[in-house]
Design a protein around this ligand. Structure first.
Ligand SMILES: *Cc1c(COP(=O)(O)O)cnc(C)c1O
Length: 427
């Protein structure tokens, strides 16, 4: 008797769904082995940095008040700088999210009259208001910082001619976004980013290259900072927080740029010297330690889902065989009922809030209703298994995360189960 199958059945999965999923998974062992090799490499990279900086129990507790002499905070920043191979790092709970980290890196290093040149197309939605692409109070545009954009070519590669044309004497900072986020373009590989950086540095070595690294950390053995980025920026409730960091963002990069970021986060003069960690140091450092294998779990879940749904005839982005450069998976379900069922399945499989039913709602900032599924330990953490999709054509669900592969797999199996039991799909 297949006792695992019995267990799945006890969790509401039909035998047919189980057998189909099992067959898909059996075809993925080579793929999974490659992910395991990347995780092993990155685990060693993180461990080596922790040993180099002699992480000790004393680093794991935190400070209150001003937070002077927070040795844990200083050690964590040194470890981050080491992992990303940069001169310096700012890793703080006072950085509230990824958008904040990106906004901080921009506002700290730009001055009136400077221009941002985005060379991988329109930045992530929330940055539109930071930059002022969509008029917004307090945007960089209000401070006289301008913005120019060069879209990627239709094959997803950089438009080098376009970049040359768009650059001018005001250009100060080059923005590159590694992950596609929720756009339809392909995600950029670190090598591709490296080629683009080499190109722009040849045009002007003084330009600052900033890479939005969200969802990309530890997916490859290299990071954009290994191929010339001056700043890499991301959120701790995504990949590098390993599911344990309850808040936070990071900026790793050149010393003078990070110094500017610290002066902007706190104040000129205070910089990195203040900022109590209130007890999060242990979660930050343990989360970073866990991150390579957590990202590995999320990648396996994404590839399992891609192959499962591709096999059922759906368009999946990236497809089942493509190389991975971030942890996001999209499935075009082409049917509002299937989109809802998918999200219900993910929710039902969650460790937290498994009993609630997600429903589409009119979320601020979106032009259609959106459905979201997330039963996470850290509110909104998208390194944990989560799914969402706008209720409009092509009814695509975007999902990401999974702290463990068995959980990611179970969530995806449940998404299929839900469609089957609602009569939306036959297998
Ligand atoms: C998530 C994300 C952000 C913003 O991070 P938040 O933590 O949601 O503010 C920015 N850029 C990309 C590519 C992202 O995926």
């Amino acid at each position: 008797m297949d006792s695992l199958k019995e267990y799945y059945k006890s969790l509401g999965v039909d035998e047919k769904v189980y057998n189909f999923s099992k067959k898909i998974e059996e075809g993925l062992s080579d793929r999974f082995q490659k992910f395991d090799q990347i995780a092993e490499f990155n685990q060693l990279k993180v461990l080596k940095a922790m040993q180099t900086h002699k992480i000790a129990e004393a680093h794991l507790s935190g400070t209150t008040g001003y937070g002077y002499n927070d040795i844990g905070r200083e050690a964590i920043e040194a470890v981050y700088a080491d992992v990303f191979h940069t001169e310096d790092a700012l890793v703080r709970p006072q950085i509230t999210c990824g958008t904040h980290a990106l906004g901080l890196a921009l506002s700290a290093n730009l001055r009136p009259g400077d221009e941002i040149l985005a060379i991988s197309g329109k930045p992530y939605d929330t940055l539109e208001e930071v930059i002022g692409i969509r008029p917004s109070k307090g945007s960089l545009a209000e401070y006289g910082i301008t913005y120019a954009q060069v879209d990627l070519l239709s094959d997803g590669s950089f438009d080098y001619e376009g970049i040359k044309k768009a650059a001018n004497e005001h250009t100060k900072l080059i923005h590159i976004q590694r992950s596609k986020g929720y756009a339809t373009r392909p995600t950029l590989s670190v090598d591709q980013i490296g080629q683009a950086i080499a190109f722009v540095k040849k045009l002007n070595p003084n330009w600052i290259v900033m890479v939005d690294n969200c969802y990309g950390e530890f997916v490859e053995t290299k990071e954009p900072s290994d191929v010339g980025a001056d700043m890499v920026v991301g959120s701790l409730i995504k990949n590098p927080g390993g599911g344990l960091a309850p808040i936070g963002g990071y900026i790793c990069g050149k010393h003078d740029l990070i110094e500017q970021c610290a002066y902007r986060l706190t104040t000129p003069g205070l910089g990195k010297e203040v900022g109590a960690t209130l007890g999060v140091n242990r979660q930050f450092i343990q989360g970073l330690f866990m991150a390579p294998t957590v990202v590995n779990a999320a990648l396996k879940g994404a590839v399992f889902a891609a192959n499962l749904y591709e096999n059922l005839g759906f368009k999946v982005v990236p497809d089942g065989r493509e190389e991975r450069h971030d942890i996001i998976q999209a499935v075009e379900l082409k049917d509002p009922k299937k989109l809802i069922a998918f999200c219900e399945g993910i929710q039902k499989a969650s460790p937290v809030d498994s009993y609630v039913t997600p429903e589409p709602w009119d979320m601020p900032g979106y032009d259609s209703d959106v459905i979201m599924a997330a039963g996470t330990f850290v509110s909104g953490a998208s390194i944990e298994l989560s799914a969402d999709g706008p209720m409009k054509e092509p009814y695509a669900v975007y999902f990401q995360g999974g702290l463990t592969y068995p959980h990611a797999k179970y969530g995806i199996v449940m998404s299929l189960q839900r469609m089957v039991e609602k009569g939306l799909l036959e297998i």
